[in-house]
Write a protein that binds this ligand. Structure first.
Ligand SMILES: Cc1cc2nc3c(=O)[nH]c(=O)nc-3n(C[C@H](O)[C@H](O)[C@H](O)COP(=O)(O)OP(=O)(O)OC[C@H]3O[C@@H](n4cnc5c(N)ncnc54)[C@H](O)[C@@H]3O)c2cc1C
Length: 350
């Protein structure tokens, strides 16, 4: 069979013309401010931008739009930005898609960033595709991982497809800037360095007659907030079938309570009826990236581990030192969780 067309297709796709990339430099984050602070999702994007910028030797720029947001610019610098462009005006108090797109598209046209990152928040998810369309470029949405193809300075974004059953990695070789939105909770928040220096520049607003078309009808101040989503939980305690019975599972529940942690489990724990389906961690369940993951009585096979591989520190309690979770744990306690957890609770109580 003649497969020559296949090579041609691939070659055609990979061709990057110099005109496309010429004059584009630096990495940008479209930062968000909410209620006078920088949300974690923005800090995660700054952290990723910093890592990538260090690899390709460029600067990290951030844009910050809103009303009364200028004091936050210095924080963006502390977290890794080199330069912050601030558009601070009462007319930007509320998100208006047309206005935000106009300002950002003008700034991008003026400064030509090579890559542009945004958090995949509700604002980012609305703004990013509109902006990509205006800039006539591509957008990789909901990235869980970003890497670089250094040979062509290509941003590679990995995103879940088919409800997380498979992962696709995309690039945008033929247009600039290369845009990506980052799924909140999947990237590390960098440490702030209050002594970092950078430049803050105020942007002169020229909206060219563009006005927002959305009207805010009502703003509810006293809504009951939903619990912290699993993807954002800092400490997660997890149970597996090895906890034995409801009494064993209750120990894990207690540990989560005392640590103020989210409670999850393996498919085994779900099969035992201890956790609901939306609390299963793994490829067929939730993906989490806590600072601390305590795995109690679960084997941690690849299906489970995949969902927690981004955890900063995994502690496993299992009598079987050859269980898969013990190989990937940063701290492994070889023992019966039904004895270890009461000892932990005792120590925490003290
Ligand atoms: C397509 C597919 C998708 C899947 N997706 C997921 C998924 O998303 N998430 C998921 O979790 N699983 C998933 N699974 C199932 C997965 O393969 C495992 O079967 C499941 O994770 C096992 O659960 P477990 O670790 O609780 O139980 P087990 O595998 O039975 O492990 C129990 C562990 O407890 C230990 N133990 C026993 N006694 C004690 C004690 N007293 N103290 C401490 N430890 C003890 C044992 O040594 C053992 O390691 C998937 C499977 C398939 C085929």
């Amino acid at each position: 069979m003649d497969f020559s067309f296949f090579g041609e297709l691939l070659e055609e796709e990979r061709e990057i013309t110099p005109e496309v990339t010429e004059g584009y430099r630096n990495l940008w984050v479209a930062a968000e401010a909410a209620d006078g602070t920088l949300p974690p999702s923005t800090l995660e994007a700054i952290g990723q931008a910093r890592e990538i910028a260090n690899q390709i030797g460029v600067y990290v720029w951030a844009s910050l739009l809103g009303d009364g947001v200028e004091p936050l610019a210095q924080q963006l610098i502390a977290y890794g930005a080199d330069r912050v462009l601030v558009a601070d005006s009462p007319s930007l108090a509320e998100y208006q898609p047309e206005v935000y797109v106009k300002i950002l598209a003008d700034l991008v046209g003026q400064h030509r960033p090579e890559m542009l990152l945004m958090p995949a928040t509700s604002l980012g998810n609305d703004l990013a595709p509109r902006l990509a369309q205006r800039l006539n470029t591509g957008l990789i949405s909901h990235c869980l991982k970003l890497t670089l193809d250094m040979s062509e300075r290509l941003l590679l974004g990995t995103c879940p497809a088919l409800g997380g059953e498979v992962y696709h990695t995309f690039a945008c070789p033929q247009a600039r800037p290369q845009m990506a939105t980052l799924e909140p909770g999947y990237f590390r928040i960098p440490s702030a360095d209050p002594y970092r220096s950078g430049e803050v520049k105020r942007v002169d607003l020229d909206l060219g007659g563009v006005t927002g078309r959305l009207s805010w009808l009502e703003r509810e101040a006293s809504v009951e907030l939903p619990p912290v989503p699993l993807s954002r939980a800092k400490i997660v305690v997890s149970a597996g079938r090895g906890m034995g019975d409801a009494e064993g599972f209750a120990l894990v529940q207690r540990l989560a309570e005392v640590l103020g942690a989210a409670l999850v489990g393996s498919r085994g724990a779900f099969d035992e009826g201890w956790i609901p389906e939306d609390r299963i961690v793994g490829v067929g369940g939730q993906f989490i990236a806590p600072d601390l993951y305590i795995a109690c009585g679960l084997s941690g096979d690849i299906y489970h581990y995949f969902g927690v591989q981004s955890a900063r520190c995994i502690v496993a309690i299992n009598p079987d030192e050859n269980a898969p979770i013990m190989k990937v744990a940063h701290m492994a306690v070889v023992g019966d969780a039904r004895q270890v957890i009461p000892a932990m609770l005792n120590a925490l109580g003290r």
